[in-house]
Design a protein around this ligand. Sequence first.
Ligand code: GLV
Length: 328
Amino acid sequence: MSKGLNAAADDTLVRSSEKPGALVFYSQFDEPEPWRVALKEMLPELDFRVHPDVGNPDEVRFALVWRPEPGFFAGFKNLQLVVNLGAGVDSLTNRDDLPDVPISRLSDKGMIALMRSYVLFAVIRYARDMPSFEQAKRRREWHYIHPRPLHQTRVGVVGLGVLGAAVATALAELGFDVRGLDKEEKQVPGVKCMRHAGGWDDFLGDLDILVNMMPLTGQTRKLIGADVFDGLPKGAKFINASRGQVVDEDALIAALRDGHLGGATLDVFENEPLSPDHPFWDMENVYITPHLASITVPEMAARDVAESIRLILSGQDPLHCIDPGKGY
Ligand code: GLV
């Protein structure tokens, strides 16, 4: 693990006497202005430029980007750092023009808090039988279901990276029986962690709810398919808050239609936006949100971006540095 991944946002800031130079911002989803303002406070001398208005590209040393267009990086010969404007780096690692410089992702407290709140909401909604009450209200029916204590709901979180571990910890703190699965050895307080080498049967067998928090990589594409759904007990629920392409959607639809899966909460999809004729829209047991489980909050994340720039200027690894080979 690089120093960057361990460094907390509250660490003492690195000092660098070097002028930072220029940064190029590219995103079709995020507004540049809040970033300009937030970064100005952290690094007043940073020359913030918004693509395509970049001036002399040779002056650009840093890129703050979300899904830049193909060929984007070729124009910037003097890049020293690429910062991904989000948690998932699949849109960077899956391209063939990534420059050979440190790649850092965002992983700030604001983003973690939003993700935690989304998954807690989705798990609690199932654990407290809210879908049944939503239906009963439509029937004008007083439909009592005796609540189960939280520790009787078994939740499995697959993917224990920064966000997955935060989600698992929050669920355990609330009182759920939480198990975690990762391909690496992980320790998360209050969570029974397992390492998966191949099959997941030991993990899935008695879960009430499965939460996917895995990044999209060459190894995880469509990893959650028919065998995973079959491995869950009948009636189990599925929550996906990472990437749609990690799931085999046809297998998910089949498991929901035949009643083996009791329901799904989906924030992410194989193709986004979800097309109006997608079968999910008509499925009563599918809860859909349009990829917003977590977002980047510029006022909170700018500190990490500024710190990464300072670290690069002083010859160190940036914060939250990823390994493009691993894909996360
Ligand atoms: C959102 O999906 C992100 O990767 O930050």
